[in-house]
Ligand binder design. Structure first.
Ligand code: ADP
Ligand code: MG
Length: 301
């Protein structure tokens, strides 16, 4: 397994009586696509603000490459915040050149890096437009380019696709995929869209400030979103007897008998043993949505 790039230990942040981040610990490995998932108000932005040194935690600590000095951290990360932070009255180019001045010394170096980014993030066609006139998707692209100016090892993105149209969301995903493939950039991303975590290497789910589940999407689905196996039999009584005899817990919904938590092999056995009595069947794979409903909404009951 890759080295740990970010280690977070017992992070806690209170706002008055509200504990926005409650004793949160996790690790992110180099090159990972790490998804921090949770509903609105879960504590995602607060966590990102602490990890990017914008906000001071009350308790706990975190280390980037084993170091926890703010200046080192700021130098080695890129951040895209939830709110648009481009200067609307400056052009795309101006916004980026100002950013570059924080990282590079000479004008030549800054322009060279700018030109690389312009090609990589494909904004040549609107580089001289003032940022207030950009579409949501264009603005996001420029913000990611800006966060990437210093070639950070890790990029933090707080809900980068929220509020974007499907086309722009896709574009953002393409950019992030490329960064990972070409530069092995570690991506730390928060989202409340479950489907966006399907390709993540590791997912931490947070609710009301606390971690409620963590693992790879596969592990989470195995644990919290077992497949659903539906059968519509020709002869209901016969099939019901079979399930009863085999002690298989099931639910009858309209014409179908639904069995939860069986793996493919077990479903196949059921099918073979009832071959003549099967009118229709369906195996519905568990999704990250199911995981979320189980660990977040299930927690409300
Ligand atoms: P998320 O990004 O997951 O939607 P946040 O981290 O923004 O959640 O917020 C977590 C909780 O902390 C929410 O209940 C929010 O209202 C509260 N909160 C966030 N920032 C502040 C603040 N500056 N002052 C008071 N409460 C805050
Ligand atoms: Mg937020």
């Amino acid at each position: 397994m890759n080295e740990i790039i970010l280690k977070v230990e017992n992070l806690t942040k209170k706002f008055g009586t509200l504990t926005a981040v409650n004793n949160v610990s996790f690790e992110v490995r180099k090159g990972q696509f790490f998804a921090f998932l949770g509903p609105n108000g879960a504590g995602k932005s607060t966590t990102i603000k602490i990890l990017t040194t914008l906000l001071q935690q009350d308790k706990g600590n975190f280390y980037l490459n084993n170091q926890n000095d703010d200046i080192y951290i700021r130098k080695n990360i890129g951040v895209v915040f939830q709110e648009n932070v481009l200067d609307g009255f400056l052009t795309v180019k101006e916004n980026l050149l100002y950013r570059g001045a924080l990282f590079l010394k000479t004008r030549e170096e800054i322009i060279k890096r700018y030109n690389e980014l312009k090609v990589q993030f494909e904004f040549e066609s609107f580089e001289n437009k003032q940022c207030r006139f950009l579409s949501g998707g264009q603005a996001r692209r420029v913000e990611i380019a800006k966060a990437f100016f210093g070639n950070p090892e890790i990029l933090f993105l707080d809900e980068p696709t929220t509020g974007l149209d499907p086309e722009s969301r896709k574009m953002v995903w393409q950019i992030l995929d490329e960064l990972r493939k070409q530069k092995n950039t570690t991506i730390f991303l928060t989202t409340h869209y479950m489907e966006e975590t399907n390709d993540a290497d590791y997912v931490v789910i947070i609710n009301k400030g606390k971690i409620v589940a963590n693992g790879s999407p596969y592990e989470l689905k195995e644990t919290f979103a077992k497949d659903v196996f539906k059968v519509v039999p020709n002869n209901k009584a016969e099939y019901a007897n079979y399930l009863k005899a085999k002690n298989i817990t099931h639910k009858k919904i309209a014409d179908s008998y639904v069995v939860y938590g069986k793996d493919n092999r077990e479903c196949l056995d059921i099918l073979i043993e009832n071959k003549e009595n099967i009118k229709q069947f369906e195996l519905i794979k568990g999704t990250m949505d199911d995981v979320f409903i189980h660990v977040v909404e299930g927690g409300k009951k």
